[in-house]
Design a binder for this molecule. Sequence first.
Ligand code: G
Ligand code: G
Ligand code: MN
Ligand code: NA
Length: 255
Amino acid sequence: LQLEQRLRRALEQDEFCLYYQPQWSIDGSRMTGVEALIRWQDPEQGLVSPAEFIPVAEQSALISQIGSWVLRNACEQIAAWQARGIRVPRVAVNVSPQQLYLHHLPQEVANNLQQTRITPALLELELTEGALMSPGLEAVDMLNALRALGVSLAIDDFGTGYSSLAYLKRFPLNLLKIDKSFTDDLLASDEALAIVETIIMLGHKLGLSVLAEGVEVEAQRMELERLGCHQFQGYLKSKPLPAAELEALLLGDQC
Ligand code: G
Ligand code: G
Ligand code: MN
Ligand code: NA
C-alpha cells in the first residue's frame, strides 16, 4: 500500500497519538508549556516518525485531516487534564502551511474551544515563517482572528525562513522559537552566536517571549540564559513523552 493510503487508513483506525515535550523557563525551574508532537503507531512497521509522513500528508488533502485530528486531540487532552484538576501548562500544536489555506483555521479553533470549553490561553499554535509569508494569504487578519479567540501564537523554526522584519512587527505573536540548528552551533560558531543574540534582542524589543529549541547540553542552556533567552526545550531536560508520563511529571511537580 502507498504511504498516502496507509495514512488514510491510520486516520480511520485511530492509529495516531500525541506525545508532549516539556518546555522550561530558562533556568529549568518551571515547566512553561509542552509541544504536542504526533506519532503514528503503525501495526506493521511500529512507530513511524512524523518527519517521514507529515511531508507526504502535506502533498495531499490528508494534512488538513491530520491537522484537524491533532487540534481536536490536543484540546480534548487539555480538557481532560483540567477536569482532573491537573495544573495544565500551555499546549503548543504545529500547524502546517496548508492548514492556513485549506481551512478556516480561526473557525475550526473556535469550534474546538467551544466544544471542549478549555481555557483558550492554554492553546498555542506554532506557525512557520514560510507559511505566514505566503503570497495571497491575509496572514495578519487570520492571526488577529486567532488572537481574538484568546489562543497564543508562536513562530516555529525561527531564523530559517524568510520573514521580513516589517511583517514580524505587524503580526500579533507571542513567542519566537529559535531553530535547533542555531542552538546546535551556538557554542562553536560566532555566526550562530550572533544570530541567536539578535533573535533574543529582537524578541525583547518586540515584546515577544523567546524559546530555544533542541537544547541538549547544560553549556548551551547556560549560554542562552546569559543571552537573556526566556525558555528552552530539548533533550537536556526532557524528550517528547506519552501523555501518561507527562502527567506523572506534572503531578510530581505539584506535591
Ligand atoms: O517529534 P519529531 O521530532 O519526530 O517531529 C518531526 C517533525 O514533524 C518536526 O518538524 C515537527 O514539527 C513535525 N511534526 C510533529 N508533530 C506534528 C504535527 O502534529 N503537525 C505537523 N504539521 N507537524 C508535526
Ligand atoms: O519542527 P519542530 O521544531 O516542530 O520539531 C521538533 C522536533 O525536534 C521534534 O521532532 C522533537 O522530537 C525534536 N527535538 C526536540 N528536542 C530535541 C533535542 O534536544 N535534540 C534533538 N536531536 N531533537 C529534538
Ligand atoms: Mn514545532
Ligand atoms: Na522547530
